[in-house]
Design a protein around this ligand. Structure first.
Ligand code: M6R
Length: 613
């Protein structure tokens, strides 16, 4: 995905745009660019991060009160200056930025090539800007009409912003499948627009979320929103519920570390008003109309990607054990292409931090088309997935900016635990004592996460020992198997060390061949129903001279005797261990990556959410 931002008003656009790009940089950092209008168009683009663009522009004319900016995660064409956005029409009259993919760009490009158009870049976006200008010339029409006509012929996903030298007091935007938020400034005719609210929050709290197939016209004549048939609708103005501090580092070196440390609060926020243990109360307000469907579901299918998929795997264990409903967890990217068996009335739960992941969104649409009821678990309020689902619950983790997901995982698992408990209560699958005990334990998790965070120094020491390892193995059983997967994903995505998560008992069916004295093996070996079994697995590793780092329950005396390094986490009910065990694994990945000199907030090749297939 990419980040896009625009400004029109009386202030200088450049400082607003560049700050906005820094805020959106988590969405992609292969290249960045801006276009500014001040009588004529000035376009500046640079490969690399936003700071490199800033450096490049420092001595250039950056004046103008209308501007757009882009930070890119490359899809069509390698990261370089030429492929960077904005892209301009051949006559340099129009500049356009784009987040998404124009799927039929090749056919349009062929037509334009026949007409003599020349292309500078390899991008689908440049095709779109030439196409709009071609229509504008042919029809002798306004930019707005040309944009509308062009979009009726476009297949794919887009959030775009367009400016024109010939119609300088307006900014046009459109979306289909990629998000756009419009901020309404304090002065008449002042508007901010961006991929998410983070560049807008310090300027205004009044926002309008653009819907799919809508075009926004912003400028001196106000804010007008029209559909592709040119029918105007009344903008629905909402108040942003986001604090500026939540999108700043607040004294931490990296967003990831800040977000790891926020977990006691973000988990508490996920439960706020939804769980009161002393009253035996657990309720997700978002499930209302469809509660009977969920409670009586013959099976539940969970779709998600990456870390959200790992949270879904924890939910499978939770819902099956506590509420006795069969659960299947699917990679959204596989589900959408494999003709899955989904019938009318089936329940599908979609989990997504960003609420914008293209594969998850497509899986939802597929399940919907087959009559399923879709329940969403999202973090970003108003996101595409939140809007595409029938009902759902927000996780209330606050903005997650580090590309490696941390606090969203624990907040997702918290909400999914509440969901499992709610279903268990309605289905009477737990005794009163079991139910009450779990509610109390869950309510106490934030304090216990706080305690787990005190492990930071000892985890740092372990990270120093293993920072140069070439491979890591992560093992867990039962509820701790998804934690092993998540620990391995965290390490590989930010430190670039190859890591595998495995069910501990599966190790002997293959991965055991990898073990020698060079191989660090992180084993989540807490006191739970698999305790004795995981001890056997540890012994199997030690017999082959693997180095074992064990995450154990505090007070354990057996396992520390047989392993190389020990990380002690607080005691809790087995079903809640993932919420505690994942914390030292997040810290381990963080410290290893920092010691290796990696940029943990912006790891190579990644973007915060993947809005392309
Ligand atoms: O926004 P989503 O939860 O839908 O994102 C899913 C994955 O792309 C995401 O979890 C990704 O795996 C993260 N980089 C993991 O840290």
């Amino acid at each position: 995905m990419c980040g896009i931002v625009g400004y029109i008003g009386k202030q200088q656009a450049y400082p607003i745009i560049i700050k906005g790009l820094h805020r959106l940089e988590y969405r992609g950092y292969d290249s960045a660019g801006v276009a500014l209008l001040n009588g004529h168009l000035n376009i500046y683009k640079k490969k690399g991060k936003v700071s490199e663009l800033e450096h490049f522009i420092a001595q250039k004319d950056n004046t103008g009160s209308v501007g757009i900016g882009h930070t890119r995660w490359a899809t069509h064409g390698e990261p370089n200056d030429v492929n960077a956005h904005p892209h301009a029409s051949y006559n340099q009259k129009i500049a356009l930025i784009h987040n998404g993919i124009i799927e039929n760009y090749a056919a349009i490009k062929t037509e334009l090539l026949k007409k003599g158009y020349q292309f500078q870049s390899e991008t689908d976006t440049e095709v779109l800007v030439h196409f709009i200008e071609e229509i504008r010339q042919n029809e002798q029409c306004s930019l707005e009409k040309a944009l509308r006509l062009a979009l009726t012929k476009i297949v794919g996903a887009y959030a775009i912003i367009v400016i024109s030298e010939e119609e300088p007091r307006q900014l046009l935007a459109a979306r289909k499948g990629s998000p756009l938020v419009i901020g309404i400034g304090t002065e008449a005719g002042e508007y901010f627009i961006a991929s998410d609210a983070t560049p807008i929050i310090e300027h205004t709290k009044n926002v309008v979320y653009l819907n799919d197939n809508e075009i926004a016209i912003l400028g001196e004549s106000g804010l007008h929103i029209k559909n592709l048939q040119n029918v105007e609708t009344t903008p629905y103005i909402q108040t942003l519920d986001m604090a500026l501090e939540s999108i700043e580092k607040g004294g931490y070196d990296y967003f990831m570390l800040k977000e790891i440390y926020e977990q006691p609060n973000s988990i508490a926020d996920a439960m706020r008003g939804r769980l009161i243990a002393k009253d035996n109360y657990v309720r997700l307000g978002g499930i209302h109309h469809y509660l009977p469907h969920l409670t009586n579901a013959k099976r539940i299918v969970i779709v998600a990607c990456g870390t959200s998929w790992h949270a879904g795997l924890v939910a499978e264990y939770l819902i099956e054990e506590l509420a006795r409903i069969p659960v299947e967890v699917e990679y959204a990217s596989e589900f959408r292409y494999r003709n899955p068996i989904i019938e009318k009335g089936d329940v599908v739960i979609a989990i997504s931090q960003s609420g914008e992941t293209a594969d998850t969104l497509a899986a939802i649409e597929l399940a919907k088309s087959r009559g399923a009821i879709i329940y969403g678990i999202c973090n970003v309020v108003g996101s595409s997935i939140a809007r595409a689902t029938d009902e759902g619950a927000y996780i209330h983790a606050g903005p997650e900016i580090g590309v490696a997901s941390t606090k969203a995982f624990t907040a997702q698992v918290t909400v999914l635990t509440m969901l499992a408990l709610m279903l268990a209560q309605h289905r009477q699958t737990l005794t009163k004592e079991q139910f009450s005990f779990l509610l109390h334990e869950l309510e106490n998790i934030p304090q216990k996460v706080n305690k787990s965070l005190r492990l930071n120094d000892s985890v740092l020491e372990i990270a120093k020992i293993f920072k140069d390892a070439r491979n890591f193995l992560y093992l867990g059983r039962g509820y701790n198997f998804p934690v092993a997967l998540e620990g391995a994903l965290k390490l590989k995505e930010i430190s670039y060390i190859h890591a595998e998560g495995y069910p501990a008992a599966e190790m002997k069916h293959g991965p055991i061949a990898l073990i020698d004295e060079e191989m660090p093996v992180v084993v989540i070996a807490t006191r739970d129903s698999s305790y004795d079994k995981i001890i056997s697995n540890i012994k199997e590793v030690k017999a082959r001279r693997g180095k074992v780092i064990a995450v154990v329950t505090e007070g354990d005396v057996l396992i520390p005797e047989m392993v190389d390094y020990v990380i002690e986490i607080p005691q809790t009910h087995e079903a809640l261990i993932p919420l505690l065990a994942v914390v030292p694994l997040q810290l381990l990945a963080y410290h290893v990556a920092i010691l290796r000199g990696c940029d943990v907030d912006q790891p190579r090749n990644l973007a915060k959410s993947v809005t392309v297939e």
